[in-house]
Write a protein that binds this ligand. Structure first.
Ligand code: IPD
Ligand code: CA
Ligand code: CA
Length: 283
């Protein structure tokens, strides 16, 4: 930032910084619950045929909500396990207490607490905290993205042939089959595909250059909010699967450094997905 700051800018930075501080504290509180739960066997309940949930998911979201409300009682909170409250507030916290619950129940350490904060619909804070691996990613609008306190940036990929991309699938045949076709095309061009089982970490890993891109479908706002801001502050970009401007309420995402994202858009532009009858589409 080399331009002179106006008083209004300083107020905005201060406001965002307060949200960042509280979001980090909330994610540490939740992280303690997750770390403790990770080493024991969890009783798994099922939201539907394939979607697991545990007491740790609920308990972690409860402490996050408590922490946010203690500082900002009038703000809206949208959380995977607890729904939305105060929905007319200009400030909205978007919370996934455990992204990667399936990994969590199987003792695979790719899990994260993820929180995004919006002012008037614009993301200004992002957190992706993996308490098992002691890795905290965070970002604030126009203030950069960090991993354990160090600035991070997306990869400068020299050749497509060396690219690693995280890939998300759904089981429904009308979604799975077109994505498998796209995977086939990708595999012809790039080094390899990774399926991390945690969308938030996939975005954070692109932000710090470990992987180069992500294509995923069947996501909800809390899977993406925190990671999207971290990625953007690290120099990355996101769109929906068809290349249209990114919308948290759309269930698809493409992400990467700007040149890599352009390549991904060219692969996915003709992929047609029908979300009818799924929880992401018209009911
Ligand atoms: C899931 C993870 C996973 C993605 C699923 C999400 P959850 O979130 O982000 O990577 O493929 O679509 O539902 O259920 O573990 O919070
Ligand atoms: Ca999730
Ligand atoms: Ca979750």
């Amino acid at each position: 930032m080399d331009k002179k700051l106006a008083r209004g800018d300083i107020q905005r930075y201060t406001e965002i910084q307060r949200y960042l501080d509280v979001a980090r504290i909330a994610s540490w509180e939740a992280g303690r619950i997750i770390k403790k739960g990770f080493s024991s066997t969890q009783r798994v309940e099922w939201k539907d045929d394939i979607d697991p949930v545990t007491e740790c998911d609920r308990e972690a979201e409860r402490v996050i909500r408590e922490t946010i409300s203690a500082h900002f009682p009038e703000h809206a909170i949208l959380g995977e396990e607890g729904g939305e409250n105060h929905s007319n507030s200009r400030i909205r916290w978007i919370v996934d207490p455990i992204d990667g619950t399936a990994n969590f129940t199987r003792h695979i350490p790719l899990v994260a607490v993820t929180i995004g904060v919006e002012i008037d619909g614009e993301l200004v804070v992002g957190i992706v905290n993996n308490p098992i691996m002691d890795e905290e990613f965070y970002a604030a609008k126009d203030m950069g993205a960090y991993r354990n306190g160090e600035r991070i940036f997306v990869s400068e990929l020299a050749s497509l042939k060396k690219a690693y991309i995280a890939f998300g699938l759904r089981r429904e045949p009308q979604l799975r089959e077109p994505m498998m076709e796209a995977a086939n095309k990708l595999y012809g061009d790039i080094r390899t595909i990774r399926r991390l089982g945690c969308a938030a970490l996939s975005l954070a890993y692109i932000a710090c250059g470990r992987i180069d891109g992500l294509s995923e479908i069947g996501l909800l706002p809390w899977d993406m909010a925190g990671g999207v801001l971290i990625l953007k502050e690290a120099g990355g970009e996101v769109t929906n699967l068809d290349g249209s401007p990114f919308d948290l309420d759309e269930p698809t995402i493409l992400a990467g450094s700007p040149p890599f994202l352009e390549y991904l858009i060219s692969v996915f532009k003709d992929v047609k997905l029908d979300f009818t009858g799924t929880k992401f589409g018209p009911q």
